[in-house]
Write a protein that binds this ligand. Structure first.
Ligand SMILES: Cc1ncc(COP(=O)(O)O)c(C=O)c1O
Length: 371
């Protein structure tokens, strides 16, 4: 039997009666956009992040774009982002007409290196005319960034911090949930995420009442009190059906992350001693949410092909760092990010989802071992 990277049908089947009930209730109420289910989900999800407010939007990409805009990032500003991340992180920067400042990663966690952030912020500042306004740390694969060190650098350079927590629902830094650690935290509920909807959906969480108000306006065209439009916003709303279904799933998020961690620990126990292969680590202070289980090896392609022959899916996140993408290449010609460039050639994600069985996991491990 083939082993997929992720199987969503198993999760949906386990929850089918409850999901169907929630969906039927929405159809019966006939309220489809920004209704009571959205309001409840916003409250419940924000609480799970220890944040005061949650603002449901159409996707994780929109969450990032609107959070940056609500914090005043715009034309002429620069925003520090990692280059080893999904396209959306830097897209959001371009959408607000700012420019990305690509920062290297820590090679153990694949998350933004705070020392490199400091270095690059200093040299941008030294140019005199370029204004670095924000930093977007990405909790890649579910491992939280070192938010203490990033916070120190952000204060030094007066940067607002917008967390890209798209891959990290359920992760914690020093006991505190990610998303609630910066000025705003952005989540994606894309179906494959730790908390996945049945289509696109996203949320910004924040504890600032001012930011909450601004985001609620920006997601509906910039409409404010008295139906007056003070600025140009977007149409980026979360719909009732997604919110109702996500509420059913949110109750399980904690248990699912526990199961991911258990499977990850078993992978590591079985693979750790293989030479030439690096297993994911969990830094002190971090609680990894294991959105992905990513190994690293200079012989990645050999391993990937061997797994493929056994019917086991494995995938590279991400083969091309953003500063080398055609979209960003010309603006970043002299940029060198050695750890990012090396990691992108070596990382490989193995199958991981809460419903993966231990038997399947053992089959993946023996295929990796024989490769
Ligand atoms: C790190 C990261 N940031 C942002 C996003 C964008 O989220 P969405 O696909 O919901 O727009 C994703 C996921 O797709 C992601 O993995």
């Amino acid at each position: 039997m083939p082993i997929p990277l992720l199987n969503l049908t198993r999760q949906t089947e386990n929850l089918r009666p409850e999901l169907e009930r929630a969906a039927r209730d929405v159809l019966r109420r006939g309220e489809f956009i920004l209704g009571s289910q959205v309001a409840l989900f916003e409250k419940e999800f924000a609480r799970s992040c220890s944040a005061r407010f949650g603002i449901g939007v159409a996707s994780g990409t929109d969450a990032l774009e609107l959070a940056l805009r609500a914090l005043g990032v715009g034309a002429g500003d620069w925003v520090a982002v990692p280059s080893m991340t999904f396209l959306a992180t830097a897209d959001a920067v371009l959408h607000v007409r700012a420019r990305p400042l690509f920062v290297d990663i820590d090679p153990l966690t694949y998350t933004m290196d705070p020392l490199d952030l400091d270095r690059r912020a200093r040299s941008l500042g030294a140019s005199g005319r370029k204004r670095l306004k924000a930093v977007v740390p990405v909790h890649l694969y579910g491992h939280p960034c070192d938010m203490d060190a990033i916070g120190v650098v952000a204060r030094r350079h007066k940067l607002v911090v917008v967390e890209d927590a798209a891959q990290a629902a359920g992760a914690r830094w020093k006991g505190r949930p990610v998303g609630g650690l910066g000025s705003a935290g952005c989540f994606s509920f894309f179906p494959t995420k730790n908390l996945g909807a049945f289509g696109d959906a996203g949320m910004v969480v924040t504890s600032s009442a001012k930011l909450d108000r601004r985001l609620r306006s920006l997601r509906v065209h910039g409409r404010g009190a008295g139906d007056l439009q003070a600025e140009l916003g977007r149409n980026s709303r979360l719909d009732e059906l997604q919110a109702a279904l996500l509420r059913v799933k949110l109750k399980r998020l904690g248990a699912w992350v526990e199961r991911r961690r258990k499977l990850a620990a078993e992978y590591t126990r079985r693979l750790l001693s293989l030479s030439g292969l690096v297993c994911p680590v969990e830094m002190p202070g971090a609680r990894h949410a294991f959105h992905l289980y990513v190994i690293r090896s200079p012989r990645r392609e050999v391993i990937r092909r061997a797994l493929e022959r056994e019917g086991i899916a494995a995938r590279v996140y991400y083969p091309v760092p953003l500063h080398k993408q055609p979209l960003h290449r010309s603006a970043n010609r002299g940029v060198r990010l050695p750890e990012t460039e090396k990691a992108c050639k070596e990382v490989l994600a193995l199958p991981l989802f809460p419903e993966l069985t231990m038997n399947e996991l053992r089959r993946v491990c023996s295929a990796v071992t024989s490769a």
